[in-house]
Ligand binder design. Structure first.
Ligand SMILES: Nc1nc2c(c(=O)[nH]1)N[C@H]1C(S)=C(S)[C@@H](COP(=O)(O)OP(=O)(O)OC[C@H]3O[C@@H](n4cnc5c(=O)[nH]c(N)nc54)[C@H](O)[C@@H]3O)O[C@H]1N2
Ligand SMILES: Nc1nc2c(c(=O)[nH]1)N[C@H]1C(S)=C(S)[C@@H](COP(=O)(O)OP(=O)(O)OC[C@H]3O[C@@H](n4cnc5c(=O)[nH]c(N)nc54)[C@H](O)[C@@H]3O)O[C@H]1N2
Ligand SMILES: [Mo]
Length: 798
């Protein structure tokens, strides 16, 4: 039934790497290992593993590092990083970070799920009872059939979840449901919903950024809200590329972030602390200065962009002072001049510093502007993203060597075909962030109010939900207290299936909870990359323990029960699918090694020359016109102007058709006496979201802390290491104080992803420092994305 039964060929210990093999031949494997890996010789013989098996990190950190599992007596004894040497890559290795090296602690954790479970307490209480696989499969198939018959397929939903990445991850569940008539789909992501919406709106399909390698030629690199050293930490990924950039570039790197993030440590960097959610105000003030100094590249803007000034406005919108220039000069929209003096109190950056930055930008050639996804995961994320993209255009710094279009750096990935999920007959889809709304009042959700796509409105509430490898029901979603109330009500969503490896907070809401095998406990394949692309593989490092199964097997059992097994498997095991799909990809890309060779190598790497965003468009804007209404980059968006007429917005929702500064709701300008601080989140090096959030060793190295400026701490009598309570209208969470000038005054910051730890039947105070106790379920206006970095709060000693 699956690949993990007969154990697949393994590499012997001595064969692990070419270099090691040679040393082993000369002096014995154990001694060689000792000297290379810092393991003492005494450690050697008796403890030598039976085998070393390639696996990979499968969590949603794009570094997706290869891992080498040292196995003895069918148990993992330790996890090693990539140590392969390859002259073509100057022996650069895709080395795992502390998390990847800690996989064993998670895989062998006593808290690991081992058997199918049925809920016996209230939803969210975490009380379960062991059941057989047969009972689990019967119950799930029975409930699915009942819900489809009673409500229809659009009452079935698979929640957004990113706990596993590879060519066969969530697809088995999608394929199964598609074979049963389909399900309500989602669009967007929790990662970059606002960006995805605006990228398509402003650039059409051609909105991807330049490679970070391209920045090596730049004179000035401006980084808005990005910290690759934290968010692309291991492997040969952007962390590596960013460090290489710092070493190679002769240019200056300025990082604009409310936080002095870890990527700032190192030479040549300058931190420009900014109030969160105000990047568009900074850009407007820079534009104001550039206009005043006559340093705008008007020719570039007229050739490649629509809507900078009256002349380049689309015909129908002329004569109304709707251009970006009118916005900046105070001749349109709010009639306020966007001078540095205007922007200073909003951004927290003084007017002279803004002027100095504008002067540097005017002089720099090439100029490379990039952003992470922090600036867009906000209540005004659409405009924050858009305005950062505008900056290089103002000075004509796009489409040529050393430049970028303001978007995040591109990634070089060798495309691999996923296990086919089939065609979904249900046309409607919702923004993934709105699933709790769709459980609670889906039938009230419409296209123009809630961004429903593929239909004018939903005809059902979600009644059956699958949560495979995700913690987005509560922990990673927003307003956990509200999410709890919606999910705990069994009359709303009638059945919840969760599949995980541990009892994460979301799993507590499952009616049936199934124990998954990690990707490194089955056959797996995944592709990733930044400047370097690499493919990683896994073979089962141990036999499946207890009653854990792969998702493919689970879906195969369900398919059997639902009468679609042959259509589901097409007669193949997961391992056979992976090999077949890979070999088909190799026909398109003959440079790839054969599947057998790939499995033996464990990791396959490929270098790229780099790419420059918008180069083709800039070379020939007519031949390569963009897929936007104007065929150009939209500084005035006709699509948004239309949405402003057709969509319904809340009263405090400001929507502009230009990349204007939109003060955030739940932002620095909308703090209150009760909640006078802004609270911004970030992604933490000690976890990937909530993954690894229960590993004690990692928690010790990466404590869950609230970053608070000494000014804000002193006035509250808070000292470094104090336990503090952070409160707002949505709830209360507690964690340790990190009193530091590394955060702008007036804003506190907290890493997202800590494990929610509250008595939901009692006081609901979260003692785990989980930021989503304090976030809102209200989506951003256009993308309907998660504004999870936009919050207000107050802080006191706990
Ligand atoms: N406040 C706030 N909230 C956020 C964010 C933020 O910036 N701020 N970021 C958002 C973003 S960008 C994202 S992508 C989401 C991510 O949210 P999620 O996709 O929920 O990511 P994780 O928290 O890593 O949860 C993954 C789950 O998968 C499980 N898992 C790991 N490996 C396996 C496996 O092999 N099999 C199975 N079955 N399960 C496995 C883990 O135990 C964990 O419970 O969070 C979002 N939430
Ligand atoms: N170690 C680790 N790595 C990860 C993850 C993880 O949880 N842990 N998650 C992975 C996933 S799924 C994703 S989507 C990515 C997330 O990657 P990103 O979204 O880029 O990461 P964030 O930490 O949310 O934001 C990046 C920076 O933006 C800053 N920022 C926030 N708001 C603003 C703003 O308004 N303006 C400016 N200028 N800066 C701002 C934050 O302080 C932070 O330093 O990371 C991936 N990598
Ligand atoms: Mo994400």
């Amino acid at each position: 039934m699956q690949e993990s039964m007969p154990r697949i060929s393994r590499r012997s210990f001595v064969k692990t790497t070419g270099a090691l093999g040679a040393l082993a031949a000369a002096g014995g494997a154990a001694t060689a290992t000792g000297s290379l890996f810092g393991v003492g010789a005494a450690h050697a013989d008796a403890d030598a593993p039976d085998e070393v098996v390639w696996g990979h990190c499968a969590i949603n950190c794009p570094s997706r590092c290869p891992l080498k599992f040292h196995v003895k007596d069918d148990e993992i004894v330790w996890v090693e990083a990539d140590t392969s040497s390859d002259a073509a890559f100057e022996d650069r290795q895709a080395r795992a970070c502390l998390r990847g090296r800690s996989y064993r602690r998670w895989m062998n954790s006593p808290d690991r799920l081992s058997y199918p479970l049925k809920r016996v307490g209230a939803r969210g209480e975490g009380k379960f009872e062991r059941i057989s696989w047969e009972e689990a499969i019967d119950t799930i198939a029975g409930e699915l059939t009942r819900v489809i018959e009673s409500y229809g397929n659009d009452a079935v939903y698979i929640d957004y979840a990113t706990g596993v990445e590879g060519v066969t991850t969530g697809q088995p569940f999608q394929r199964l449901l598609n074979l049963c008539g389909g399900y309500l789909d989602y669009y967007g992501s929790y990662s970059a919903a606002q960006l995805a919406y605006m990228q398509a709106t402003v650039f059409g399909a051609s909105g991807g950024g330049s490679a970070l390698k391209t920045a090596e030629d730049a004179e000035l690199v401006l980084v808005f809200g990005s910290s690759p050293i934290e968010t692309r930490q291991g492997g040969l990924h952007t962390h590596y590329d960013y460090v290489a950039l710092r070493e190679k570039t002769k240019g200056k790197i300025i990082v604009i972030d409310p936080r002095f993030n870890d990527s700032l440590s190192g030479h040549s960097d300058q931190w420009l602390p900014i109030n969160p959610g105000t990047d568009a105000a900074l850009v407007a003030a820079i534009a104001y200065e550039l206009i005043a100094a006559d340093r705008i590249d008007v020719d570039f803007l007229h050739t490649y962009c629509s809507g900078f000034d009256e002349e380049s406005m689309p015909e129908a919108a002329r004569g109304k002072h709707l251009s970006y220039k009118d916005y900046v000069l105070g001749e349109g929209y709010d009639k306020v001049e966007k001078s540095p003096e205007w922007a200073a109190p909003i951004t927290g950056i003084d007017a002279d510093a803004i002027r100095a930055l504008a002067a540097e930008i005017a002089e720099a050639s090439p100029l490379f502007v990039t952003q992470g996804w922090g600036p867009q995961r906000r209540s005004n994320g659409e405009w924050n993203f858009w305005s950062i993209c505008l900056l290089p255009l103002l000075v004509g710094q796009a489409g040529k060597p050393g430049t970028n279009n303001g978007n995040r750096e591109s990634r070089f990935i060798i495309p691999l075909t996923d296990f086919p999920s089939g065609e979904n007959p249900v046309e409607a889809s919702i923004s993934c962030f709105l699933f709790t709304d769709a459980i609670d009042h889906g039938t009230e959700m419409t296209k123009t109010k809630d961004g429903v796509r593929g239909a004018d409105r939903l005809s059902n509430n979600i009644k059956f939900l699958i949560n495979y490898a995700g913690n987005c029901l509560t922990n990673q979603h927003s307003d956990i207290n509200k999410a709890h109330d919606i999910l705990a009500d069994e009359s709303k969503c009638e059945f919840i299936l969760a599949v995980d490896t541990v009892m994460c907070d979301s799993a507590k809401y499952a009616d049936i909870l199934l124990p998954d095998l990690f990707r490194s406990e089955q056959v797996s394949l995944a592709s990733t990359g930044s400047n370097t692309a690499y493919i990683v593989t896994a073979q089962p490092c141990t036999s499946p323990k207890f009653e854990r199964k792969t998702a493919y097997e689970m879906c195969e059992m369900l398919a059997e029960k639902l009468g679609v097994r042959d259509e589901f498997t097409e007669g193949k095991t997961q391992a056979e699918w992976i090999e077949e799909l890979y070999e088909a990809d190799r026909e398109e890309d003959p440079e790839l090694p054969s599947y057998a060779e790939l499995v033996e190598m464990g990791v396959y790497k490929r270098e790229r020359p780099g790419n420059i965003a918008l180069d083709k468009f800039v070379a020939d804007p007519v031949e390569n016109a963009l897929a936007t209404p104007s065929g150009k980059i939209e500084i005035f968006s006709q699509k948004i102007a239309k949405a402003m007429e057709e969509w319904e917005f809340a009263e405090d929702e400001t929507v502009y058709p230009v990349p204007a500064y939109v003060p955030e709701w739940h932002g620095v300008e909308t703090t209150t006496d009760e909640f006078p601080l802004a609270l911004s989140g970030f992604h933490y090096r000690g976890r990937v979201h909530s993954s690894w959030g229960s590993i004690e060793l990692l928690k010790e190295a990466n404590p869950q802390e609230l970053w608070i400026n000494p000014v804000d701490a002193e006035s509250r009598g808070i000292k470094q290491g104090d336990r503090v309570s952070v409160k707002n209208e949505f709830g209360e969470t507690q964690l340790l104080a990190k009193v530091t000038p590394r955060i702008v005054p007036g804003t506190v910051a907290m890493a997202q992803g800590a494990w929610h730890d509250a008595d939901m039947q009692g006081d609901r105070i979260d003692r785990g420092g989980c930021i989503n106790t304090l976030t809102t379920q209200r989506p951003s206006p256009l993308a309907k994305g998660n504004p999870q970095h936009s919050n207000i709060c107050n802080v006191s000693k706990a």
